[in-house]
Design a protein around this ligand. Structure first.
Ligand SMILES: C[S@@+](CC[C@H](N)C(=O)[O-])C[C@H]1O[C@@H](n2cnc3c(N)ncnc32)[C@H](O)[C@@H]1O
Length: 350
């Protein structure tokens, strides 16, 4: 990342530049996702993941009584694999397929180009602005989207609060802290976010997207399914992680070449969504969600009559998705809908 004239940059602006600067941002200059990339996401681990999400989407549409038109929006399309596999699955549901208009909401021009190439045989569109969705029930899918958005951090100092900034000097970075009026933020977001906290992590962009999505869901019907690395603890802490070449990295090293993420605070998402008068499902682990949707049965079906090595490969990938020491419990799922929606497929508890 280039030095800038500004000496102090708010932490979220620093992360935004590191990830999304047009020239030097991590997501803007190469495809970081997949076997040869910096990280791999569930849609790229196993086709079973995409099939389960596709079935879930079709079930939601059936719950809505099969509307003739429905929008499906993939938030942050990555390398396009999830949409690609889902659209293939939709071939088995022709009525749904004919009713569904698929969009990808993607910031990186490079990833958009990759997605366009991969999906060129399908009839889908790219959404420039979430506000461009004007009508029809709309389902938003956010797999590892929110954890890639920039966050702000605030620290309590006795009775007042400080905002974390990055001091930039000759391409050297250092944290510094400036006074912050937390009450102003609290009145803007309508949440008493500092209550019982010594530390706050908050993404203004996440808040903005939730607000826009909530507006559309309340007006048109639909839902937002969030699947992400995160926790449901009430007590906030610093969850920012930087990874360079598959290894943990100091935030200020390899800026622009490292993946910077944070853990989603699912409780805060629920609180924000409730404030927007949306209904929140229970927060469930990825493992439970996928098992509820029938991933084990599907693995059994597709591995029937396959050679031992192919079968082993399917189960190895399945294990990555649902094992509690891998993605199974670290990843959580939540669904936000209108208050009069009673759809809980995938969220059933025992
Ligand atoms: C961690 S990747 C996840 C990709 C994909 N959902 C998957 O699971 O493979 C995050 C994606 O969100 C995109 N993204 C990040 N911030 C965005 C924003 N503000 N608007 C649209 N897309 C964004 C990134 O470019 C990338 O495609």
């Amino acid at each position: 990342m280039k030095n800038t004239n500004k000496k102090y940059i708010a932490l979220d602006k620093f992360i935004d530049k590191a990830l999304y600067n047009k020239k030097s941002g991590f997501y803007m200059k190469k495809n970081p996702i997949g076997k040869n990339g910096d990280f791999i996401t569930s849609p790229n681990i196993s086709i079973l993941f995409n099939e389960m999400i596709a079935i879930w989407v079709v079930s939601f549409w059936e719950y809505l009584k099969c509307p003739k038109k429905i929008n499906l929006i993939d938030m942050g399309g990555g390398n396009g694999e999830m949409v690609y596999q889902m659209l293939k699955t939709f071939n088995s549901f022709p009525l749904f397929k004919n009713s569904c208009k698929t969009y990808i909401f993607e910031k990186s021009p490079l990833l958009k180009k990759l997605q366009k190439e991969k999906l060129k045989t399908f009839n889908i569109s790219w959404l420039k602005n979430l506000k461009n969705i004007k009508k029809y029930p709309t389902l938003y899918l956010a797999n590892e989207f929110f954890d890639a958005l920039p966050v702000k951090q605030f620290l309590r100092k006795k009775k007042s609060w400080l905002e974390r900034y990055v001091k930039v000097e000759n391409n050297n970075y250092q944290y510094c802290h400036l006074n912050f009026d937390i009450k102003r933020l609290e009145s803007k977001i309508g949440i008493n976010i500092s209550k019982n906290q010594k530390f706050i992590e908050f993404s203004p962009l996440q808040f903005q997207y939730l607000r826009e999505i909530a507006k559309t869901i309340k007006k048109n019907n639909g839902g937002l399914l969030i699947i992400d690395y995160g926790n449901k603890k009430n007590f906030m802490k610093d969850t920012i992680q930087s990874v360079y070449n598959h290894k943990k990295n100091e935030l200020f090293n390899n800026v622009g070449d490292s993946d910077i993420t944070h853990h989603i605070n699912f409780n805060l998402i629920s609180e924000i969504a409730n404030n927007f008068k949306l209904k929140c499902s229970n927060i469930i682990t990825q493992s439970k969600f996928l098992i509820n949707l029938g991933i084990l049965k599907r693995a059994e079906i597709i591995s029937k009559n396959l050679s031992f090595s192919k079968k082993a490969n399917i189960y190895y990938r399945l294990k990555r998705l649902i094992d509690k020491n891998q993605m199974g419990e670290l990843f959580k799922v939540i669904l936000l809908t209108k208050t009069n929606t009673f759809f809980n497929k995938g969220f059933e508890s025992d």
